[in-house]
Ligand binder design. Structure first.
Ligand SMILES: [Zn+2]
Length: 305
């Protein structure tokens, strides 16, 4: 009774605190595993508590609008207010059987969102990032599970999201600028995590080039898997300015000191890169993948080619 008698603005604060405190907010947690919104089962009791609670709770819960098919972004008759409430859209596209014939994701109804999260199928090596009517307010993109973030996909990001300020990528593999392949990083010892650059360095050389048109991009966070069967390491000194190079290239090419120095110089004197880039942050998550799992993923990928 006492709570319901409070002014609406205080009720709103209480409801929003409850809704967002039930989300994970651990800054050290892997961005991929962070919930974008609390489970409905935790929120539903508030919506039936009173007429005053219901709209406040729904508005808070729909700050993030989660969709699994492109048409969910367009068919909003059930709760049309979501287009004004939503500040983040979370597209879960993790089953390629569902999205093969789907049209692009169309954000025409979401002119106020500032963030977008896209979870893709981790074994769909051909996955392309396809969005229409991206609002200029969309400043942060989180892309999870892309199995092969090649320059082609990286260029898609720059073309589709020209106003990005913050980009968070979370996947198992990364592009090696020396052999032009995507690999799970492999080290001899656990790498420092996070590995942080604040001087404009730190991106794979082709990513720099592809994102050079993103004039506002200031922060890139990459969360990767890694294995411990490599011959090379990245330590705190990081004298090779590690930017995604694979263990095989480093172990084969870095013993040639002239080559190593020239490569490091090339990486630290790149002219074509995002002009506002201030922070590049690499985080590593140990992958204890059994060999048969890796082989099964590759077999399925080749079967579908
Ligand atoms: Zn390589």
């Amino acid at each position: 009774m006492f709570i319901v008698a409070l002014p609406t603005e205080l009720l709103r604060e209480i409801v929003w605190l409850y809704v967002f405190d039930t989300c994970l907010s651990d800054k050290d947690a892997d961005t991929q595993t962070l919930l974008t919104k609390p489970p409905w089962v935790l929120i539903e009791p508030l919506t039936v508590a009173s007429q005053r609670f219901r709209p406040l709770t729904l508005e808070a819960w729909f700050q993030t609008f989660t969709v699994r098919r492109p048409d969910w972004l367009l068919n909003l008759d059930a709760i049309p207010q979501v287009t004004t409430w939503a500040r983040q859209v979370h597209c879960i596209d993790s089953d390629r059987a569902l999205h093969q014939d789907d049209p692009p994701w169309n954000l025409c109804n979401f002119g106020h969102i500032t963030k977008l999260r896209l979870d893709v199928d981790p074994i769909d090596f051909e996955y392309r990032v396809r969005f229409l009517n991206v609002p200029p307010t969309l400043h942060e993109l989180q892309l999870c599970n892309h199995p092969e973030l090649s320059p082609r996909v990286v260029k898609d990001i720059a073309r589709v999201f020209p106003e990005l300020r913050v980009l968070k990528l979370s996947q198992s593999t990364v592009w090696c600028g020396l052999c032009y392949t995507c690999n799970v990083p492999s080290f001899k010892a656990q790498p420092p995590s996070p590995l942080i650059y604040t001087n404009g360095n730190g991106l794979p050389i082709h990513y720099n080039s592809a994102w050079s048109s993103l004039k506002h991009l200031h922060t890139v966070q990459l969360t990767l898997g890694y294995e411990l069967d490599g011959e090379t390491s990245v330590d705190e000194e990081n004298k090779n300015i590690w930017c995604g190079e694979c263990d095989q290239c480093m172990s084969r090419m870095y013993p040639d000191e002239d080559f190593r120095m020239a490569w490091v110089h090339k990486k630290t004197s790149v002219l074509s890169r995002p002009p506002s880039l201030r922070r590049v942050e690499w985080r590593f998550k140990y992958l204890d993948l059994p060999v048969e799992t890796v082989e099964a993923i590759l077999d399925e990928a080749y079967e579908n080619e």
